[in-house]
Design a binder for this molecule. Structure first.
Ligand SMILES: Nc1ncnc2c1ncn2[C@@H]1O[C@H](COP(=O)(O)OP(=O)(O)O)[C@@H](O)[C@H]1O
Ligand SMILES: [Mg+2]
Length: 236
């Protein structure tokens, strides 16, 4: 069956040059931090940058960036607000601070709905904070956002590395292009991905990130942002 939202989503994303899907298929490895700060860095460099938080149960980009008062407006679809130079849309707008009790396929449906109604306008980059895990939502997103390039996040931990390897193999079979791999929360030890052709770089554990949460100007001065900035040179 052809879902009419397919052509609608393509139309909605037509003005977006590149779509970067930040994933890592595990929780707590820094996906949201990297997605949010990447959008911030790109906007800071003068790119037209948008950010979409698709993590329903754990939407956190608005907390990281301190986006408290902004809200979308409705016209023909939803117009995302501009916050700190970033065109921003998040499931948090709809959950009003509560956890969303959605099951797998419902998460997918809600994400598709959001993609079908959001008016992104003209953007150089749309950074997508992907739903965690390889569930319906994650698979549907790459199926529906056809031009998505994966920016995979891992930590040096064996469990994170193993999850990443398996997931990368799966997404390769699904023909989703891999933009690169970032190692977050790095230790001094040799990174297991250093020799990977798509390895973009490492980000150390930065104790100053926690206190900067919610304060974009402060985030931009952290070592975390500095190191992510070097990795983000891949977009120049
Ligand atoms: N390089 C880092 N240094 C210090 N803290 C970090 C770093 N990366 C992420 N964190 C912290 O780890 C926690 C989980 O990060 P988050 O971005 O929410 O991960 P995910 O989206 O993968 O679940 C957050 O409190 C975040 O501030
Ligand atoms: Mg997250």
């Amino acid at each position: 069956m052809i879902d009419p939202r397919s052509s609608v989503i393509e139309k909605r994303l037509a003005g977006v040059k590149r779509i970067v899907a930040v994933t890592g298929w595990k929780g707590g490895i820094g996906k949201s931090s990297i997605a949010s700060v990447l959008a911030l860095l790109l906007a800071h460099k003068g790119h037209r940058a948008a950010l979409l938080d698709l993590d329903f149960t754990g939407a956190s980009d608005h907390i990281i960036l301190g986006i408290n008062d902004a809200h979308y407006t409705e016209e023909t679809g939803l117009n995302p607000p501009l916050a700190h130079g970033i065109t921003f849309m998040s499931m948090s707008f709809f959950s009003q601070g509560r956890a969303v009790p959605l099951r797998g396929s419902d998460v997918s449906q809600a994400a598709l709905e959001l993609l079908a109604v959001t008016q992104w306008g003209e953007q150089d980059f749309l950074v997508v904070d992907m739903p965690p895990g390889i569930g319906d939502a994650s698979l549907d997103m790459v199926r529906w956002i056809k031009r998505a390039e994966l920016l995979a996040v891992t930590t040096p931990a064996v469990l994170s590395v193993e999850t990443l390897k398996r997931s990368l193999a799966l997404f390769e079979r699904l023909n989703v292009p891999l933009l690169g791999i970032i190692e977050n929360l790095s230790t001094a030890a040799h990174s297991p991905f250093v020799s990977h052709a798509k390895f973009l770089g490492s980000i150390q554990r930065d104790p100053s990130l926690e206190a900067a949460t919610g304060h974009p100007e402060q985030i931009l001065r952290t070592r975390f942002a500095e190191e992510l900035g070097k990795v983000a040179a891949v977009f120049d």
